[in-house]
Design a protein around this ligand. Structure first.
Ligand code: HAM
Length: 443
């Protein structure tokens, strides 16, 4: 007797996938904040003559080792690096400056009028321990002015960052310092080494190593006990060479002139190796607790262009973290100005009407109206509810009766008055209404 085939119930996998640690989604409800910050950055960039640049997310690992520095936390611990199928050592960019400088050299931008002023907005990647305001993929906007030494440019970078934050409803405190140059920094490092020598045993393990390799890094250690040891730190500004001191004094004078509040802070040495002279960060206040939540930071990097194979070219820039800015905007209950409301809502009922509104939608847009619709909805009520929500002034309503009669309804959403108009006269009727109000906008 043939054996009965056993039926096996096939079970489809129902694994619920989750975000990779340190990543985050930007949901539609937050999109208004992202758009607002992006538009503000673009507007201020254009006011100050900065043009947009987009560099790739992937770069050769070497680029970051040479610029940000092999010994920095960013390069030694936090980079997403891999060998690709072609055997190249590649990294996801942890920051934007190195890529911009590579592009400046690679595309011969030194032949353009200097300084070359560019800005960027994009994702950066650092394998840090995630916490509030710290992600493994995060967005930065950044500004770079490459090709001039003048301290006015340093002040301008600070003003740009300050103004963007201000436009987002954030009053920040600028923490500013000068890390000197190749001439005076070694002397300061010697002074620091002496300063920490007797406290070596009290430093964290990482800082014990830093004391040998690069004592400056101790100044931005995240450990509380190391921070406390730096309370009576020898001030960098007291040990600058004449050239660096003059440069720094001028930056401060410009900030005074522009009435930008700042705080001199010797511990702003930055976590990246390429800085020379001015270094700065935007914090919430003067307090040290602001360091971990800094909205942005930057400084001068006069040696980097040359270090990456270009000519000797001074430069200055900064970048800011968009998540941190947006979190703060939300904490502050910042009201994002409303987007422009649509002029017309196009509502339909029935198959024929839906088909006809498809064409009408395109014609209205072509005539310069900003039109909203919800063609996937069936009832008139939910469509008009949506029109109300959007704050639309007029709805055009097309149903089966109107199709047969060759008409369309126009509803004033404020007063609720509805008129039947000849379908052929839609544009004349709209023109009358919008001209009267002078409201029609173009997308
Ligand atoms: P940075 O200080 O490393 O500088 O980063 C700038 C800002 O990016 C920080 O102040 C912070 O707001 C944000 N940020 C950094 N890491 C994270 C993270 N893991 N999660 C969320 N936000 C973060 C630079 O990147 C330099 N390239 C700035 C610069 C431009 N210097 C000269 N030109």
């Amino acid at each position: 007797m043939p054996r009965k085939k056993k039926t096996v119930a096939t079970k489809t996998s129902s694994k619920k996938f989750q975000l990779v640690k340190g990543m985050h989604d930007v949901l539609p409800e937050d999109e208004k904040f992202w758009n607002f910050v992006t538009e503000t950055v673009k507007k201020i960039a254009s006011d100050y003559g900065y043009q947009k640049i987009d560099t790739p997310i992937l770069e050769f690992t070497d680029l970051f080792t040479r610029s940000v520095g092999a010994e920095t936390d960013i390069v030694s611990k936090e980079m997403y690096s891999f060998v690709d199928q072609g055997g190249d050592n590649i990294s996801l960019r942890p920051e934007g400056t190195a890529g911009v400088v590579r592009a400046y050299n690679e595309h011969g931008m030194f032949n353009l009028p200097q300084p070359v002023k560019v800005f960027y907005i994009g994702q950066m990647f650092r394998h840090e321990s995630p916490q509030s305001g710290r992600f493994r993929q995060f967005y930065q906007f950044g500004f770079e002015a490459i090709g001039e030494y003048e301290p006015i440019l340093d002040a301008q970078q600070i003003v740009i960052g300050y103004k963007i934050l201000q436009a987002c409803g954030i009053t920040s405190m600028v923490h500013v310092n000068s890390v000197g140059c190749q001439e005076c920094r070694p002397d300061y490092i010697n002074i620091l080494t002496d300063f920490f020598k007797d406290m070596k045993s009290q430093l964290c393990d990482e800082c014990k190593k830093r004391l040998l390799k690069n004592p400056l890094r101790i100044l931005d250690c995240k450990e509380k006990k190391c921070q406390e040891l730096t309370a009576n730190l020898p001030q960098t500004v007291d040990h600058l060479c004449e050239e660096c001191r003059d440069h720094f004094v001028k930056v401060l004078e410009y900030l005074d002139e522009l009435e930008i509040p700042y705080f001199l802070n010797s511990r702003i040495v930055r976590g990246l190796d390429y800085y020379t002279k001015t270094s700065f960060e935007f914090w919430e206040g003067e307090d040290e607790s602001g360091r971990q939540k800094a909205f942005g930071g930057g400084g001068r990097y006069d040696k980097l262009v040359e270090q990456l194979g270009g000519r000797s070219t001074p430069a200055v820039g900064f970048a800011a973290g968009m998540e941190r800015i947006i979190n703060k905007m939300k904490d502050n209950d910042f009201t994002v100005p409303l987007n422009r409301k649509p002029d017309i809502f196009l509502a339909q009922l029935g198959n024929e009407a839906r088909k006809k509104t498809l064409r009408l939608y395109e014609e209205l847009k072509q005539a310069g109206y900003y039109v909203a619709e919800s063609m996937s909805k069936n009832g008139i009520k939910p469509q008009l509810e949506l029109a109300n929500k959007l704050g639309v002034r007029y709805s055009l309503i097309l149903g089966q009766k109107e199709i047969i009669d060759g008409t369309i309804l126009i509803r004033d959403m404020e007063g609720g008055i509805q008129e039947v108009i000849n379908y052929e006269k839609i544009f004349i009727e709209l023109e009358k209404r919008f001209n009267k109000q002078g409201e029609k906008t173009t997308e």
